[in-house]
Design a protein around this ligand. Sequence first.
Ligand code: ADE
Length: 234
Amino acid sequence: MTVSLRIDILSVVPDMLHSPLNHSIIHNAREKGLVDIQVHNLRDYSTDKHRKVDDYPFGGGAGMVLTPQPVFDCYEALISQRDYDEFIFMTPDAPQYTQRDANMLSTKSNIMILCGHYKGVDQRIRDELVTAEYSIGDYVLSGGEIAALVVADSVARLIPGVLGDAESALSDSFMDDLLDAPLYTRPAEFRGLSIPEILRSGDHKKVREWKLKMSEDKTKTIRPDLYKLYLNNQ
Ligand code: ADE
């Protein structure tokens, strides 16, 4: 099989990324050669004799700022080897990442993801290099590594061949702006709790209708914002 997506992740704490990238679905995708994920330590690109990658903010303020030099040098080393479709920066002050973004990124060939650290990164990196910025939610993490892993995982599982059951990504929550219907497995009766009778009826049409109704009701109740999108797209 040929690699259909390469992801390069630029970080100052690369060790945070290694374990999640070496387990479960992402690990299998890498093993199968469907996704190539390379992690780069920005300190390796620092020209500072102490491998420093941060400095104080001009104009004052709390926290340190990631300096442009290691990021520009790492970026240039990578683009000299191949063309990149996107250079993504993970940061809380950005539009929220959604399934739509994952779907779009899964069609690309080469993407770079920069993990923010410290108080933030020098704005010239964002102005000159970055092509897309994403937040994974309205909260602040201690760095962009966990957010970059969210992107890598959500994109990798969409690559054809990564998930065993070809249907399973297409039927995920969010794919059609609806949350998943409740799921049940054996036993049908557990501690006096039984599963909805319709699921044992064998009537596939009725089961499909029931699942859709449950998805619609659930989405309407807990994610009215998504439900509005769903109605608009009908
Ligand atoms: N870095 C810190 N917090 C983040 C967030 N919420 N999303 C993306 N990157 C981040």
